[in-house]
Design a protein around this ligand. Structure first.
Ligand SMILES: NC(=O)c1ccc[n+]([C@@H]2O[C@H](COP(=O)([O-])OP(=O)(O)OC[C@H]3O[C@@H](n4cnc5c(N)ncnc54)[C@H](OP(=O)(O)O)[C@@H]3O)[C@@H](O)[C@H]2O)c1
Length: 323
Protein backbone atom coordinates (compact mmCIF):
# COMPACT_ATOMS: atom_id res chain seq x y z
CA UNK A 1 0.00 0.00 0.00
CA UNK A 2 1.18 3.52 -0.78
CA UNK A 3 1.20 6.06 2.05
CA UNK A 4 1.58 9.79 2.34
CA UNK A 5 2.64 11.13 5.75
CA UNK A 6 1.70 14.39 7.50
CA UNK A 7 4.06 15.49 10.27
CA UNK A 8 7.81 15.18 10.62
CA UNK A 9 8.16 14.46 14.35
CA UNK A 10 9.75 11.34 15.91
CA UNK A 11 6.41 9.55 16.13
CA UNK A 12 6.02 9.57 12.34
CA UNK A 13 9.42 7.92 12.06
CA UNK A 14 8.35 5.24 14.58
CA UNK A 15 5.15 4.53 12.65
CA UNK A 16 7.07 4.15 9.39
CA UNK A 17 9.52 1.76 11.06
CA UNK A 18 6.71 -0.26 12.61
CA UNK A 19 4.72 -0.51 9.39
CA UNK A 20 7.86 -1.65 7.56
CA UNK A 21 8.45 -4.27 10.26
CA UNK A 22 5.05 -5.96 9.88
CA UNK A 23 3.67 -4.95 6.45
CA UNK A 24 5.07 -4.05 3.02
CA UNK A 25 4.15 -0.39 2.75
CA UNK A 26 5.53 2.14 0.33
CA UNK A 27 5.94 5.54 1.96
CA UNK A 28 5.93 7.74 -1.08
CA UNK A 29 5.21 11.30 0.08
CA UNK A 30 5.63 13.60 3.06
CA UNK A 31 3.86 16.89 3.80
CA UNK A 32 5.76 19.47 5.83
CA UNK A 33 5.26 23.20 6.26
CA UNK A 34 8.84 23.75 5.15
CA UNK A 35 10.95 22.34 2.32
CA UNK A 36 13.89 21.97 4.71
CA UNK A 37 12.11 19.87 7.30
CA UNK A 38 10.28 17.85 4.61
CA UNK A 39 13.47 17.06 2.67
CA UNK A 40 15.33 16.06 5.84
CA UNK A 41 12.53 13.71 6.88
CA UNK A 42 12.23 12.31 3.35
CA UNK A 43 15.97 11.59 3.14
CA UNK A 44 16.05 9.95 6.58
CA UNK A 45 13.02 7.76 5.88
CA UNK A 46 13.44 6.82 2.23
CA UNK A 47 10.53 8.94 1.00
CA UNK A 48 10.55 10.20 -2.59
CA UNK A 49 8.30 13.21 -2.76
CA UNK A 50 8.05 16.29 -0.53
CA UNK A 51 5.03 18.60 -0.52
CA UNK A 52 4.73 21.93 1.27
CA UNK A 53 1.21 22.62 -0.02
CA UNK A 54 -1.38 20.53 1.82
CA UNK A 55 -3.89 20.77 -1.06
CA UNK A 56 -1.34 19.47 -3.57
CA UNK A 57 -0.34 16.73 -1.12
CA UNK A 58 -4.00 15.68 -0.81
CA UNK A 59 -4.09 15.02 -4.58
CA UNK A 60 -0.88 12.93 -4.40
CA UNK A 61 -0.55 9.47 -5.91
CA UNK A 62 -1.00 7.33 -2.79
CA UNK A 63 -3.89 5.39 -1.21
CA UNK A 64 -3.61 6.25 2.46
CA UNK A 65 -2.38 8.94 4.82
CA UNK A 66 -0.83 8.65 8.26
CA UNK A 67 -1.45 11.91 10.15
CA UNK A 68 0.90 12.93 12.97
CA UNK A 69 0.36 16.68 13.25
CA UNK A 70 -0.67 18.62 16.39
CA UNK A 71 -4.11 17.59 17.65
CA UNK A 72 -5.88 20.77 16.61
CA UNK A 73 -5.14 20.05 12.92
CA UNK A 74 -6.39 16.46 12.85
CA UNK A 75 -9.98 17.32 11.92
CA UNK A 76 -9.35 19.68 9.01
CA UNK A 77 -6.48 17.61 7.60
CA UNK A 78 -8.44 14.35 7.89
CA UNK A 79 -11.44 15.97 6.22
CA UNK A 80 -9.30 17.20 3.33
CA UNK A 81 -7.71 13.78 2.87
CA UNK A 82 -11.08 11.98 2.93
CA UNK A 83 -12.48 14.45 0.41
CA UNK A 84 -9.54 13.50 -1.81
CA UNK A 85 -10.27 9.78 -1.52
CA UNK A 86 -7.55 8.78 0.94
CA UNK A 87 -7.86 6.19 3.70
CA UNK A 88 -6.68 7.62 7.02
CA UNK A 89 -4.88 6.46 10.10
CA UNK A 90 -4.65 9.50 12.37
CA UNK A 91 -2.68 9.88 15.60
CA UNK A 92 -4.51 10.08 18.90
CA UNK A 93 -6.70 11.92 19.74
CA UNK A 94 -8.30 11.33 16.35
CA UNK A 95 -10.27 14.61 16.64
CA UNK A 96 -10.69 17.09 19.46
CA UNK A 97 -14.50 16.96 19.59
CA UNK A 98 -16.67 13.83 19.32
CA UNK A 99 -18.99 15.73 16.96
CA UNK A 100 -16.05 16.16 14.56
CA UNK A 101 -15.34 12.45 14.76
CA UNK A 102 -18.95 11.59 13.99
CA UNK A 103 -18.89 13.91 10.98
CA UNK A 104 -15.72 12.35 9.58
CA UNK A 105 -16.79 8.77 10.32
CA UNK A 106 -19.93 9.49 8.26
CA UNK A 107 -17.87 11.07 5.46
CA UNK A 108 -15.49 8.09 5.37
CA UNK A 109 -18.45 5.71 5.20
CA UNK A 110 -20.07 7.68 2.39
CA UNK A 111 -16.82 7.59 0.40
CA UNK A 112 -16.04 3.94 1.16
CA UNK A 113 -12.82 4.85 3.00
CA UNK A 114 -11.24 3.54 6.17
CA UNK A 115 -10.67 6.10 8.93
CA UNK A 116 -9.10 4.99 12.21
CA UNK A 117 -7.22 6.33 15.22
CA UNK A 118 -3.59 5.28 15.66
CA UNK A 119 -4.03 4.10 19.24
CA UNK A 120 -1.77 1.22 20.20
CA UNK A 121 -4.15 -0.37 22.71
CA UNK A 122 -6.85 -1.29 20.18
CA UNK A 123 -4.50 -3.20 17.86
CA UNK A 124 -2.09 -4.68 20.35
CA UNK A 125 -2.38 -8.51 20.67
CA UNK A 126 -1.34 -8.08 24.32
CA UNK A 127 -4.84 -6.70 24.94
CA UNK A 128 -6.25 -10.21 24.55
CA UNK A 129 -3.64 -11.63 26.93
CA UNK A 130 -4.68 -8.97 29.44
CA UNK A 131 -8.36 -9.87 29.04
CA UNK A 132 -7.53 -13.56 29.63
CA UNK A 133 -5.50 -12.67 32.73
CA UNK A 134 -8.36 -10.60 34.17
CA UNK A 135 -10.47 -13.78 34.14
CA UNK A 136 -7.95 -15.30 36.59
CA UNK A 137 -7.98 -12.70 39.38
CA UNK A 138 -11.52 -13.19 40.63
CA UNK A 139 -13.79 -10.16 40.87
CA UNK A 140 -12.10 -6.93 39.87
CA UNK A 141 -12.63 -4.54 42.75
CA UNK A 142 -10.40 -1.59 41.92
CA UNK A 143 -8.06 -0.44 39.20
CA UNK A 144 -5.24 2.06 38.96
CA UNK A 145 -4.04 3.07 35.51
CA UNK A 146 -1.13 5.49 35.47
CA UNK A 147 0.54 7.19 32.56
CA UNK A 148 2.86 9.80 34.05
CA UNK A 149 5.78 10.69 31.84
CA UNK A 150 8.05 13.65 32.48
CA UNK A 151 7.91 15.65 29.26
CA UNK A 152 11.15 16.24 27.38
CA UNK A 153 9.62 19.65 26.57
CA UNK A 154 9.20 20.64 30.24
CA UNK A 155 12.68 22.24 30.58
CA UNK A 156 11.90 24.46 27.55
CA UNK A 157 8.58 25.41 29.16
CA UNK A 158 10.39 26.33 32.38
CA UNK A 159 12.76 28.53 30.34
CA UNK A 160 9.75 30.54 29.20
CA UNK A 161 9.14 28.88 25.82
CA UNK A 162 5.74 27.49 24.81
CA UNK A 163 6.19 24.01 23.30
CA UNK A 164 3.18 22.75 21.34
CA UNK A 165 2.38 20.14 23.97
CA UNK A 166 1.72 22.85 26.59
CA UNK A 167 -0.11 25.19 24.22
CA UNK A 168 -3.90 24.95 24.65
CA UNK A 169 -4.39 26.58 21.24
CA UNK A 170 -3.28 23.27 19.72
CA UNK A 171 -5.67 21.21 21.88
CA UNK A 172 -2.82 19.46 23.65
CA UNK A 173 -2.06 19.07 27.39
CA UNK A 174 -1.85 16.01 29.55
CA UNK A 175 -5.33 14.49 29.20
CA UNK A 176 -5.23 14.67 25.40
CA UNK A 177 -1.66 13.40 25.26
CA UNK A 178 -1.41 10.75 27.99
CA UNK A 179 -4.78 10.49 29.76
CA UNK A 180 -6.30 9.03 26.61
CA UNK A 181 -4.07 5.97 27.04
CA UNK A 182 -5.78 5.31 30.38
CA UNK A 183 -9.31 6.07 29.16
CA UNK A 184 -9.10 3.58 26.27
CA UNK A 185 -8.40 0.41 28.30
CA UNK A 186 -10.77 1.53 31.07
CA UNK A 187 -13.72 1.77 28.67
CA UNK A 188 -12.70 -1.25 26.61
CA UNK A 189 -12.28 -3.52 29.65
CA UNK A 190 -15.03 -2.22 31.93
CA UNK A 191 -17.52 -0.29 29.78
CA UNK A 192 -19.07 3.08 30.55
CA UNK A 193 -19.00 4.13 34.23
CA UNK A 194 -22.00 5.24 36.28
CA UNK A 195 -20.19 8.36 37.46
CA UNK A 196 -17.07 10.35 36.56
CA UNK A 197 -15.09 12.56 38.94
CA UNK A 198 -12.11 14.59 37.73
CA UNK A 199 -9.41 16.85 39.05
CA UNK A 200 -6.95 18.64 36.77
CA UNK A 201 -3.85 20.64 37.62
CA UNK A 202 -3.25 23.58 35.29
CA UNK A 203 0.02 25.15 34.20
CA UNK A 204 0.41 28.89 33.64
CA UNK A 205 -0.01 28.36 29.91
CA UNK A 206 -3.53 27.09 30.63
CA UNK A 207 -2.69 23.51 29.65
CA UNK A 208 -3.43 20.71 32.09
CA UNK A 209 -0.09 19.37 33.33
CA UNK A 210 -1.54 16.46 35.26
CA UNK A 211 -4.87 15.02 36.28
CA UNK A 212 -6.91 12.35 38.00
CA UNK A 213 -10.10 10.80 36.74
CA UNK A 214 -12.23 8.48 38.84
CA UNK A 215 -14.57 6.15 36.99
CA UNK A 216 -17.16 4.74 39.37
CA UNK A 217 -18.92 1.47 38.50
CA UNK A 218 -21.43 -0.51 40.57
CA UNK A 219 -18.77 -3.01 41.57
CA UNK A 220 -15.46 -1.18 41.24
CA UNK A 221 -13.57 2.10 41.16
CA UNK A 222 -11.19 2.75 38.28
CA UNK A 223 -8.63 5.49 38.94
CA UNK A 224 -6.79 7.09 36.06
CA UNK A 225 -3.71 9.20 36.82
CA UNK A 226 -1.70 11.02 34.19
CA UNK A 227 1.00 13.66 34.27
CA UNK A 228 3.52 15.31 31.98
CA UNK A 229 5.36 16.79 34.94
CA UNK A 230 6.65 13.65 36.66
CA UNK A 231 7.76 10.13 35.82
CA UNK A 232 5.84 7.07 36.97
CA UNK A 233 8.06 4.23 38.19
CA UNK A 234 5.44 1.84 39.56
CA UNK A 235 3.08 1.28 36.65
CA UNK A 236 -0.57 0.32 36.58
CA UNK A 237 -2.46 -2.36 38.50
CA UNK A 238 -5.75 -4.21 38.29
CA UNK A 239 -6.84 -5.57 41.67
CA UNK A 240 -9.07 -8.62 41.94
CA UNK A 241 -10.16 -10.51 45.04
CA UNK A 242 -7.99 -13.47 43.94
CA UNK A 243 -4.98 -11.70 42.46
CA UNK A 244 -3.43 -8.59 40.98
CA UNK A 245 -2.21 -7.73 37.50
CA UNK A 246 0.74 -5.34 37.22
CA UNK A 247 1.36 -3.46 33.98
CA UNK A 248 4.57 -1.53 33.44
CA UNK A 249 3.22 0.52 30.55
CA UNK A 250 -0.51 1.05 30.09
CA UNK A 251 0.01 2.52 26.61
CA UNK A 252 2.11 -0.37 25.28
CA UNK A 253 0.83 -3.19 27.55
CA UNK A 254 4.36 -4.46 28.11
CA UNK A 255 5.93 -6.23 31.08
CA UNK A 256 2.61 -7.40 32.48
CA UNK A 257 2.51 -9.88 35.36
CA UNK A 258 -0.17 -11.76 37.26
CA UNK A 259 0.41 -12.09 41.00
CA UNK A 260 -1.96 -14.57 42.65
CA UNK A 261 -3.27 -14.25 46.20
CA UNK A 262 -0.36 -16.35 47.51
CA UNK A 263 2.16 -14.02 45.87
CA UNK A 264 3.11 -16.36 42.99
CA UNK A 265 4.12 -14.35 39.93
CA UNK A 266 3.42 -15.37 36.30
CA UNK A 267 4.59 -13.29 33.37
CA UNK A 268 1.80 -12.35 30.96
CA UNK A 269 4.08 -10.61 28.46
CA UNK A 270 7.57 -9.13 28.53
CA UNK A 271 9.02 -6.22 26.60
CA UNK A 272 7.98 -5.41 23.01
CA UNK A 273 9.46 -2.59 20.90
CA UNK A 274 7.14 0.39 20.50
CA UNK A 275 7.71 0.38 16.74
CA UNK A 276 6.41 -3.18 16.54
CA UNK A 277 3.29 -2.25 18.51
CA UNK A 278 2.72 0.63 16.06
CA UNK A 279 3.23 -1.89 13.27
CA UNK A 280 0.12 -3.71 14.57
CA UNK A 281 -1.81 -0.48 13.94
CA UNK A 282 -0.63 -0.44 10.31
CA UNK A 283 -1.42 -4.15 9.96
CA UNK A 284 -5.02 -3.66 11.13
CA UNK A 285 -5.43 -0.56 8.95
CA UNK A 286 -4.40 -2.51 5.85
CA UNK A 287 -6.66 -5.40 6.86
CA UNK A 288 -9.66 -3.07 7.13
CA UNK A 289 -8.86 -1.53 3.74
CA UNK A 290 -8.76 -5.04 2.22
CA UNK A 291 -12.01 -5.98 4.02
CA UNK A 292 -14.10 -2.98 5.11
CA UNK A 293 -16.71 -5.40 6.51
CA UNK A 294 -14.26 -6.76 9.09
CA UNK A 295 -16.41 -6.64 12.26
CA UNK A 296 -13.47 -5.35 14.32
CA UNK A 297 -13.51 -2.14 12.25
CA UNK A 298 -16.97 -1.37 13.71
CA UNK A 299 -15.66 -1.99 17.23
CA UNK A 300 -12.68 0.30 16.59
CA UNK A 301 -14.96 3.08 15.34
CA UNK A 302 -17.43 2.70 18.21
CA UNK A 303 -14.68 2.67 20.84
CA UNK A 304 -13.04 5.77 19.33
CA UNK A 305 -16.33 7.67 19.57
CA UNK A 306 -17.05 6.43 23.09
CA UNK A 307 -13.56 7.50 24.23
CA UNK A 308 -13.90 10.88 22.52
CA UNK A 309 -17.23 11.51 24.31
CA UNK A 310 -15.80 10.54 27.71
CA UNK A 311 -12.70 12.70 27.08
CA UNK A 312 -15.01 15.64 26.38
CA UNK A 313 -16.92 14.98 29.61
CA UNK A 314 -13.63 14.84 31.54
CA UNK A 315 -12.61 18.18 30.02
CA UNK A 316 -15.95 19.77 30.87
CA UNK A 317 -15.92 18.57 34.49
CA UNK A 318 -12.34 19.70 35.09
CA UNK A 319 -12.46 22.95 33.11
CA UNK A 320 -9.89 22.01 30.45
CA UNK A 321 -10.33 24.50 27.62
CA UNK A 322 -8.62 25.03 24.28
CA UNK A 323 -8.47 28.59 22.98
N1 LIG B 1 1.37 7.23 19.39
C1 LIG B 1 2.26 7.79 20.16
O1 LIG B 1 2.95 7.18 20.96
C2 LIG B 1 2.47 9.27 20.02
C3 LIG B 1 3.62 9.85 20.53
C4 LIG B 1 3.81 11.21 20.32
C5 LIG B 1 2.84 11.97 19.67
N2 LIG B 1 1.71 11.36 19.24
C6 LIG B 1 0.68 12.13 18.54
O2 LIG B 1 1.23 12.55 17.30
C7 LIG B 1 0.78 13.86 16.98
C8 LIG B 1 1.99 14.73 16.76
O3 LIG B 1 2.68 14.87 17.98
P1 LIG B 1 4.12 15.52 18.02
O4 LIG B 1 4.57 15.54 19.40
O5 LIG B 1 5.00 14.93 16.96
O6 LIG B 1 3.71 17.01 17.59
P2 LIG B 1 4.61 18.24 17.14
O7 LIG B 1 6.04 17.87 17.24
O8 LIG B 1 4.15 19.41 17.89
O9 LIG B 1 4.18 18.41 15.62
C9 LIG B 1 4.30 17.37 14.68
C10 LIG B 1 4.65 17.95 13.33
O10 LIG B 1 3.62 18.84 12.90
C11 LIG B 1 4.18 20.02 12.37
N3 LIG B 1 3.79 21.17 13.22
C12 LIG B 1 4.32 21.54 14.40
N4 LIG B 1 3.71 22.63 14.88
C13 LIG B 1 2.78 22.96 13.99
C14 LIG B 1 1.83 24.00 13.93
N5 LIG B 1 1.74 24.93 14.89
N6 LIG B 1 1.02 24.05 12.85
C15 LIG B 1 1.12 23.15 11.87
N7 LIG B 1 2.01 22.13 11.87
C16 LIG B 1 2.81 22.04 12.92
C17 LIG B 1 5.69 19.85 12.38
O11 LIG B 1 6.09 19.39 11.10
P3 LIG B 1 6.65 20.41 10.01
O12 LIG B 1 7.38 21.49 10.74
O13 LIG B 1 7.56 19.56 9.21
O14 LIG B 1 5.46 20.91 9.27
C18 LIG B 1 5.92 18.75 13.39
O15 LIG B 1 7.01 17.91 13.09
C19 LIG B 1 -0.12 14.30 18.13
O16 LIG B 1 -1.46 14.11 17.78
C20 LIG B 1 0.26 13.39 19.28
O17 LIG B 1 -0.82 13.14 20.16
C21 LIG B 1 1.52 10.03 19.38
Amino acid sequence: MRYGVIGTGWIAKSFIEGARMLCSPEFSAIYSRTEESGCKFAAENGIEKVYTDINEFAKGDFDAVYIASPNRLHFEQSKLMLENGKHIICEKPITVEPEELEELQALAKEKGLIYIEAIMYMFNPAKDLLKDAIQKIGRVTSVHFDFSQLSSKYPAYLRGELPNIFNPALATGCLMDLGIYCVYPALDLFGLPQKITVCAHFMESGADGSGNTGLLYNDKLVNLTYSKLGQDRLGSQIFGDEGTITIESISKLINMKLVDSKGNVTEIIGDVAKEKIMGYEAQAFEKFIADPNDPYYETVKERALQVSKVMKEIREISGIKFN
